[in-house]
Design a protein around this ligand. Sequence first.
Ligand code: ADP
Ligand code: ZN
Length: 432
Amino acid sequence: MAYFQKEIETASREQITEWQNQRLAATVKRVYDNVPLYRERMDAAGVKPEDIKTIEDLKKLPYTSKQDLRDTYPYGMFAAPMEDVVRLHASSGTTGKQIVVGYTRHDLDVWGEICARQLVAVGATKKDKIHVSYGYGLFTGGLGLHGGAEKLGCVSIPVSSGNTERQLTIMEDFGSDVLCCTPSYAMYLGESAEKKGLDTSKLPLRAGIFGAEPWTEEMRQSIEKSLNIKAYDIYGLTEIMGPGVSYECECQQGMHVNEDHFIIEIINPETGEHMPDGEKGEIVFSCITKEAFPLLRFRTKDIGTITHEKCACGRTFVRMSKPMGRTDDMLIIRGVNVFPSQIETVLLQMDQSPNYQIIVDRVGVLDTLEVQVELTEDKFSDTVAEIAKVEKDLTEKLKSLLGIAAKVKLVAPGTIARSEGKAKRVIDKRKK
Ligand code: ADP
Ligand code: ZN
């Protein structure tokens, strides 16, 4: 087993708790002294920084949300003076107005380290060439993994997103070993390689680090097959740091949360009560080492579970599940809660293309759900009757899983737009 920082990644629970207790107390003091929003909220709740001594006291602190960042936009929640800030990033704005976050030199060092932990966990070494196809710029994906590759001392190839043809040429000519991009873009690269007649088994590429959007186990298998690699999950969000808040190890059984820097809580989104291991709830993070932008008890709106069970890799950090979607993404169709990831699971289990789009509309007072799925090349030549049969089977399967009827429409290969970053799976025409 290889680790980037063995003593930290395999530390005892007592040691982790000790780090968390000390660092939490220091961060609470820092935000109380520097961020008016925290001072006001803590004063209103009658909590003083001295009241927060251990992680048990965390629950005394108020939650923060994306709305707080919007209300204090741009710099109201910065806890370090601008002269100490060395970089800004912004969220990709998937769900509304962008927010801006900052990093000190120390923050960037920590970020590099946690991304390096991810790289080592997927088997990367200094000799490897890391092909980064996440977008470079305000989006945290590109520069985040780039920082990890530099920290580890790998050869970074900062390709950024876009120009798929060129991506494949670089992969082939430069001999990329590890690919970093969104899972939907990885799918597209695999598909493009096949179209081009590029035999991916001949490429040195052996692992991929994919995140920034939800993806299913079925999609993982499909990417592993088409690119001939092992595909690993990475999670993160701009507000907390960027990619690397949690990372998957070779066991591929959930992502280890970097608990020396972040505290994770899983709560019931309605009552705020803590959920036991294995039970679904909203993921809440507190940053305990950040200087410029340390959010405490930030409600991510992502839904997931955690486990404290021992992992075979030897790492002791808790593991979180792949988030199945955001509370924001959840569609309520005729009163039924539907996550796009549930639909994706059905499609891939039934051997359909991962290129799909969900269209929700309202006719009169009734919500309608249509799932458009591309035909795979081999099925494209099927007869009308064969296609109708597939549509019928998919409709039945979706009905039994979701509990509501969806109209399934198979469309010609290549007709659904591909994404170079995060895929846009849902078009909700009810939101006009
Ligand atoms: P935006 O909120 O504008 O999309 P971010 O790039 O910060 O900006 O996105 C962070 C969000 O992306 C997370 O809150 C989560 O919903 C999603 N995400 C990130 N990594 C993963 C992952 N591995 N699996 C599922 N969702 C993920
Ligand atoms: Zn592990």
